[in-house]
Design a protein around this ligand. Structure first.
Ligand code: 5GP
Length: 190
């Protein structure tokens, strides 16, 4: 089996559980490797530079834009830039693995446009808007202001679910992970 040249895109509103699902897929050792995005924000206490993100700061991020280093990039929140580095995709394909992306909804749809049939784009849907807000508050990594920003963005994002190849409902996490494993394995092996 060769995963070379394929990619899996996971997008969702912030708090829907996509990062947890992506980590579970990586731990399942089914031939995936995580595309470490670059971002301009500071790291959170539990995050490691070069593992969770390449934390570039605003200036470093803008230098990479000018150098043409990104497959896609976006100002996901005001003054908060995120992007997929070309070097990440190349590194992973060279390892004969499929790339797995954890990106926001607009970024996910852009990646799908770029990689076409070589990409499987999965939208992780929370059971409801209220549940999403509960999860964001429970996680408590963000200030009230940031939670509001994320909830406002979630409305638009939820309306774009049907543009993805699959909508994965995350009401029960174990079940969502199992379903994700099946979808991804089937796509990689095809
Ligand atoms: P957080 O700050 O919570 O880690 O991430 C904020 C949002 O940015 C999440 O929805 C995350 O998926 C998204 N994101 C992370 N990396 C990228 C990327 O490379 N490109 C885009 N477009 N969005 C990203």
């Amino acid at each position: 089996m060769s995963a070379n040249g394929k990619c899996i895109i996971f997008s969702a509103p912030s708090g829907a559980g996509k990062t947890t699902i992506v980590h579970a897929l990586l731990n399942a050792r089914i031939g995936l490797e995580f595309s470490i995005s670059a971002c301009s924000r500071d790291s959170r206490p539990n995050e490691i530079n070069g593992k969770d993100y390449h934390f570039l700061g605003i200036q470093g991020f803008k230098e990479r834009i000018d150098a043409g280093a990104f497959v896609e990039w976006e100002e996901v929140y005001t003054n908060n830039y995120y992007g997929t580095l070309k070097s990440e995709v190349e590194r992973i394909w060279k390892n004969d693995k499929a790339v797995i992306f954890d990106v926001d909804v607009v970024g996910g749809l852009n990646l799908k446009k770029i990689f076409g049939e070589d990409a499987l784009a999965i939208f992780v849907q929370p059971p409801s808007y209220e549940e999403l807000e509960k999860r964001l508050r429970y996680r408590s990594t963000e200030s009230e202001d940031k939670i509001r920003q994320r909830m406002a963005k979630a409305n638009t994002e939820l309306s774009r679910a049907s543009e993805f190849d699959h909508v994965l409902i995350n009401a029960d996490l174990d079940m969502a992970i199992e379903n994700a494993k099946k979808l991804v394995t089937h796509f990689i092996q095809a």
